[in-house]
Design a protein around this ligand. Structure first.
Ligand code: NAD
Ligand code: ZN
Length: 413
């Protein structure tokens, strides 16, 4: 059978060692296990599918020991070309075998589609993957979402574990069991809930992550902080002030806070019947912008950052958010927004896309808005005029380069 298009199985030893920058802003932890500070673990107590998220430098090295208690059979690793190029040898070492089954996908959001799932499943058949085998998603949110969805479908469900390698995947997508792919008509329109058996979130991987991707991941941290409350928002602002390059040993603490908050939400509402909807803060407009840019112009987190900005504007108009607080939060967002490539859009086009959003109920878009930091409310917005006004305002701010009038672009504390 010919190889499924776009998917390759590398020969052992094909990839070089991780090409870590010599002056890496985030030192890769080479300390032996025994001498390392302890890792933290957040338990995600979903009824019937509880699992640990292990967080901290070196967490990846716990792979074999976390696998053992589950008596999971064989593992098949799936990653993308960028991660394989940088971390291929590490993957081989972590897997505990010299020649792991490793499937390498091209990188990028364009891979998050049904065709990739078919290709992957065909590859699993060729590899003889059985029901009790385990898929290992080692990569960013795209790999996690696609592999998780393939794991939910292949043989009607196989085990999978997550080794997130981007900030976004560590703080958000690897936890909670949402898996899926995009359609040309919209984002994440086909998917399944399928929980991983465990997650190892190791910030050492971030040493090789481009700064643009780090900033994109920070969008989900900002989202989480705004819906969770002043404690995390203060922790975030202080982190950004101390580490404008978003790297630092205390990043692990920030990741833990985000995972902890998300775990608390998904434990109460695994299938997004109610509470879990708050995690979509910034994502309604965000997904529409991401789709308008054909998943290429804007990265997911970048679209979410603009979506957060629009949701804050709507929160003042419709949820009673104090305008002074909004100005303050927009000023915090501004330096991140200015770094994002501009996207020209027509507000009517965005409205059309919003109508296809999964959060639409009886043709009315359900927005997550904020009454204050840590006070999210799900609000139906039936009046297109309010949406048009907020979208026009957003477009003007994008054109003007993001910073609110009269605000400096420094990050303020
Ligand atoms: N399932 C969920 O709950 C959930 C939540 C949030 C976001 N998401 C999804 O996550 C996706 C975005 O995830 P992402 O931002 O991680 O994108 P991504 O997976 O495309 O990764 C971003 C880029 O970084 C590269 N990369 C990954 N790890 C690297 C490393 N350690 N060093 C160098 N390069 C590395 C990748 O090859 C890719 O080019 C979107 O599709 C979004 O919808 C899902
Ligand atoms: Zn997101």
């Amino acid at each position: 059978m010919p190889a499924a298009p776009g998917i390759s199985l590398p020969a052992p030893g094909k990839y070089a060692s991780p090409d870590l920058p010599v002056n890496s802003r985030y030192p890769v932890n080479t300390t032996p296990n025994s001498a390392r500070p302890s890792l933290s673990t957040v338990e995600v107590s979903i009824p019937g599918h509880p699992y640990p998220v292990v967080i901290g430098p070196g967490a990846r090295r716990r792979f074999v020991s976390y696998l053992a208690p589950f008596h999971l059979n064989r593992t098949v690793w799936i990653t993308d070309r960028n991660v394989a190029g940088l971390w291929g040898d590490e993957i081989r070492s972590l897997s505990g075998t010299a020649a792991p089954d490793l499937v390498v996908l091209p990188a990028g959001e364009e891979q998050k589609r049904l065709a990739t799932v078919e290709d992957l499943c065909r590859r699993f058949v060729q590899l003889g993957v059985e029901r009790h085998d385990t898929l290992v998603a080692c990569g960013g949110g795209v790999i996690g979402d696609v592999v998780g969805f393939a794991a939910a479908c292949y043989l009607r469900g196989v085990n999978f574990v997550q080794l997130p390698t981007t900030l976004l995947a560590m703080v958000d997508s690897s936890v909670g069991g949402k898996t899926g792919v995009d359609l040309p008509e919209g984002k994440n329109l086909v998917g399944a809930f399928h929980q991983p058996r465990f997650v190892l979130a190791d910030p050492d991987f971030l040493a090789t992550l481009p700064e643009r991707e780090l900033r994109s991941g920070l969008a989900e941290v900002i989202k989480t902080a705004l819906i969770s409350g002043p404690k995390l928002f203060t922790e975030l602002r202080s982190f950004v002030k101390r580490h404008p390059d978003l790297q630092g040993p205390d990043l692990a603490g920030l990741i833990e806070s985000c995972v902890d908050f998300k775990a608390g939400v998904v434990e109460k509402d695994e299938r997004e019947g109610g509470l879990r909807r708050i995690l979509n803060f910034g994502h309604t407009v965000g997904h529409a912008l991401e789709c308008l840019g054909q998943y290429r112009t804007l990265k997911h987190g970048e679209a979410v950052l603009w979506g957060l900005s629009a949701a804050l504007d709507l929160s003042v108009r419709r949820a009673g958010l104090d305008p002074r607080l909004e100005t303050d939060i927009q000023a915090f967002l501004a330096p991140f927004l200015t770094a994002i490539p501009p996207l020209e859009f027509d507000s009517g086009e965005v409205l059309d896309l919003l109508a296809r959003d999964k959060k639409v109920r009886r043709k009315v878009v359900q927005f997550v808005l904020l009454r204050g930091v840590g006070l999210p409310v799900v609000t139906p917005l039936a009046d297109p005029q309010i949406l048009i006004a907020a979208l026009d305002h957003l477009r003007d701010r994008m054109r003007a380069g993001a910073a609110p009038e009269g605000e400096d672009r420094e990050i303020r504390d």
